[in-house]
Design a protein around this ligand. Structure first.
Ligand code: SAH
Ligand code: SF4
Ligand code: F3S
Length: 437
């Protein structure tokens, strides 16, 4: 009898891309994916450690998954990803029903580790690598549409932002060979995909032999003008003019940049070890506007970092006001064990103050997103059609180059088509429009 597996994924896009690689590794040795957790012989949870809340969610879910073992004693439960790396054997010690713990650089060993469970009780591998990029493994695509796919171009991070766990869970930064990335993008295009997102924790520092990130973007964009190219995430310290010039040269490199600021105060930025100042960040925003006047901007914000004063927090709001982000991910600072901040600073902003500040920045961003969308009313955008909207089968959904979701009435368009849509209305998160011929 063949064995089936089920993977549930938490965390960032890199983790989702990793789950696609794990699917491929397991399918290659004859295991069969299933969508039904109750029927699976192996259940894997690909986990995230970025904030305490992310870990708690996984641990709660793990309780539920462990209870499945009552009915299915042969079920194997595996923890993959960043929590596996951070907590290692503690996961097994604290959860006696967990059988496998596999860190992000050890997925090739999964089949061997699963086999080893016939002779031993538990298996664990959390060795980090300086070279592993899984570049030869063709991921099994799990995205909900057949239009847009992720390509991991690098792994790890060594920026050591003071609050961040990623350098410890993902290891050293390493770039994947450009040839294999271009090949993967070409294969996707040939299969009908029309959008690829190049992924890394800091894509601007991509370098493999003589190819830097701007070169890689150009090579990907050259595959076909009908292939849209996106990327995430950009670290402000490495956002070069060369990159912006390259984007400007290729209309199919999308006009949207995610540029996490984290805080609008220089004191806090320095404490966070972000390695840029506010002046530098604003200069980069000005450069983006110069090269790409129609580019949309999004960001990440942390409120309540160690010693953040009322003034520091107000500076973050002023920065948000000044830039006018189209969207933002906003978080309360969550202390992560063993990071620089955990070791050297006190997590001294009270929880209720963090919550108030967060509620306020979310509110502020909501208005900013609405304003940004209102400015698009009356404009016409080229939209890549993704498929039917969740709300109604007569409404279709797509995105413009600025990465905004556009909803329009369906006529004869198919996923993967490019159409022109004139925007007639909006909410803070969506544009609504009509197709024009
Ligand atoms: N590599 C990306 C970010 C990856 S993590 C970058 O540098 O931009 C995604 C976001 O989570 C970060 O940008 C940050 O805003 C947030 N984050 C990371 N660690 C956090 C922590 N300890 N507490 C709260 N938010 C955190
Ligand atoms: Fe974390 Fe900073 Fe690396 Fe981003 S750049 S993953 S925030 S250490
Ligand atoms: Fe989470 Fe790991 Fe990504 S900590 S955000 S899954 S790199």
């Amino acid at each position: 009898m063949y064995k089936t597996f089920f993977i549930e994924t938490y965390g960032c896009q890199m983790n989702f891309a990793d789950s696609e690689i794990v699917h491929s590794i397991l399918v290659n040795v004859g295991y069969v994916p299933t969508m039904e957790i109750r029927k699976a012989d192996f259940v894997f949870i690909n986990t995230c450690s970025i904030r305490d809340h992310a870990e708690q969610r996984v641990l709660n879910r793990l309780q539920e998954v462990q209870s499945l073992k009552k009915k299915r004693p042969h079920l194997i439960i595996g923890i993959l990803g960043c929590m596996a790396e951070r907590l290692q054997k503690q996961l097994i010690e604290k959860n006696k029903n967990v059988d496998l713990v596999v860190g992000p650089d050890a997925y090739r060993r999964l089949p061997e580790m699963l086999n080893s469970l016939s002779t031993q009780d538990k298996a664990i591998d959390t060795l980090l690598s300086t070279e592993e990029t899984y570049s030869d493994i063709e991921p099994i695509r799990l995205s909900s549409n057949r239009v847009s796919a992720f390509i991991a171009i690098m792994r790890g991070c060594e920026n050591y932002c003071a609050y961040c766990v990623v350098p410890y869970t993902r290891g050293r930064e390493r770039s994947r060979e450009a040839r294999t990335i271009i090949h993967e993008a070409q294969v996707l295009f040939d299969q009908g995909y029309r959008e690829v997102t190049l992924l890394g924790q800091n894509v601007n520092s991509y370098r493999c032999d003589t190819v830097d990130f701007a070169d890689l973007l150009a090579l990907t964009a050259q595959i076909n003008p009908l292939l849209r190219v996106r990327f995430a995430t950009s670290h402000p310290k490495d956002l070069s003019d060369k990159l912006l010039e390259t984007m400007a040269q290729y209309p199919n490199i999308c006009r949207s940049i995610h540029l996490p600021i984290q805080s609008g105060s220089d004191t806090i930025l320095q404490k966070m070890n972000r390695k840029y100042t506010l002046a530098w960040y604003k200069d980069r925003i000005a450069a983006i506007r110069r090269y790409l006047p129609d580019c949309s901007l999004s960001t990440d914000i942390i409120v309540g970092f160690c010693d953040e004063t009322e003034q520091d927090y107000k500076d973050t709001l002023s920065l948000m006001q000044e830039v006018g982000y189209a969207s933002a991910f906003m978080f309360k600072y969550s202390e992560r064990p063993d990071t620089y901040a955990a070791k050297h600073y006190a997590d001294n902003i009270p929880e209720d103050v963090k919550s108030q500040r967060l509620a306020h920045v979310i509110d502020f961003q909501q208005q900013s997103s609405l304003l940004s969308n209102q400015r698009d009313i009356g404009q016409t955008f080229e939209v890549l059609v993704e498929g039917v909207s969740k709300r109604s089968t007569t409404q279709y959904i797509g995105r413009n180059s600025q990465n905004k979701v556009v909803i329009f009435s369906h006529t004869d368009e198919k996923p993967g088509d490019y159409i022109y849509v004139r925007i007639t209305d909006c909410s803070a998160v969506t544009l609504f429009g009509q197709r024009i011929e």
